[in-house]
Design a protein around this ligand. Sequence first.
Ligand SMILES: Cc1cc2nc3c(=O)[nH]c(=O)nc-3n(C[C@H](O)[C@H](O)[C@H](O)COP(=O)(O)O)c2cc1C
Length: 453
Amino acid sequence: MAKRIRFNAFSMNCAGHQSPGLWTHRDDRSAQYTDLEYWSELAQLLERGKFDSIFLADVLGAYDVYGGSPEHAFRQGLQIPVNDPLLVLPAMAQVTKHLGLAVTCSVIYEHPYSFARRMSTLDHLSKGRVGWNVVSSFLDSAARNFGMKQQIDHDRRYDVADEYMEVCYKLWEGSWESDAVVRDRKRKIFTEPHKVHGICHAGEHYNVPGFHLCEPSPQRTPVLFQAGASRRGREFAARHAECIFIGGPSKIHLKRFIDQVRERAAELGRNPSDILFLKAQSIVVAETEAEAKAKYRALREHVSYEGTLTLVSGWTGIDFARYRPEDELNYVQTNAGQGTLEYLTSGDSSKKWTLRNMADWLGVGGGSIVGSPEQVADSLQEWIEETGLDGFNLTYALAHDSFKDIVELVVPELQRRGVYRRDYERATLRENLFNQTAYLPDTHPGAAFRNLA
Ligand SMILES: Cc1cc2nc3c(=O)[nH]c(=O)nc-3n(C[C@H](O)[C@H](O)[C@H](O)COP(=O)(O)O)c2cc1C
């Protein structure tokens, strides 16, 4: 039987997310990101298309590596101005019933004690539909505004992240027993005090002696998303992640990545099928191939070469303004993100990437699949079958037109082929993703912190 395909929508609380320049297209709505209706309409559209979730990216600094200045990012609206992603979640939760709502928060710039409360609150308000994309950040411009000279070293950021996770697991999983809150009017007891436990965490980076401030939410721990792809990032993912976002043009690279992470997860005592892999993907689809190609050509006219390099310079920490479009891309280890360059420079060794090729490939939301609904469905199924992927993290070229096209043209084709859900099966995000319990599975490392009594 063909494998089921999952869709997640990738967006950000700003105008220029992954498609530099396309906000200038007359049909793009992303400049309206400051309106609540922009988000509630998007959530309703995605739920109509039975997407698993929407995931909002976030950064806490400007992309100022390209040309050594944030000028290009400002001019092009590239991930700046950028609003807080958490605050639009309740608006989306209110107008939907099933769509998962995942948000990016960096472990470097926020204390786990207050963060854990915000996520529990969102999980309560959404009735168990929250996910957290755990990132350790890549921009020095963010670090400087939090009082540091520069970012903590790359691998060390993941060490901080490991301890951050431990604090969160203790708060979410162990601090409150399931029957601690009784709301007993007769006995005049809201919470049984002996069923709430301080977590007594004393570590290298955090000291949290007390208890979680929230009663257990439907999922307790939000569904854990992760997207770091470096060697250390993969180790972190194998240990903690339930959904992994990956990028890259090479099926060989992707398959190797997926096999390695699943193998490592098994070594760590996890069930490898408790991890889903979703590839970042742009889709340009129309009723016919000719129309889709024409649409793609029109979109390409709005793509900004400098804008694309501004993004990649930020991700990788390399100032691409110093190179010519025909210069070849080589792997260099930096203290920013390491996964992006790795996936562009490894995999199919026959393919050498120049800056121009890379900008072309990323331009319309990243490695676009262009075609009729049948062609797009064929291509998606090929990726799934040849790499072991579970689904796609879909970027948009035009907000919200790209998602509307996918919902109206691609989803019905996949449903016809029997590889896409016709309706949501369960209540919480974790149940819908894994068809198991709303809580972390027992083999997940977070489950080890359940009994703190
Ligand atoms: C699809 C995708 C989405 C990402 N979204 C974010 C984000 O919103 N915010 C962020 O700080 N990093 C984001 N990242 C970056 C990674 O989470 C990670 O912190 C970065 O790649 C450095 O990790 P690495 O060196 O292990 O690759 C994303 C990466 C990918 C592939």
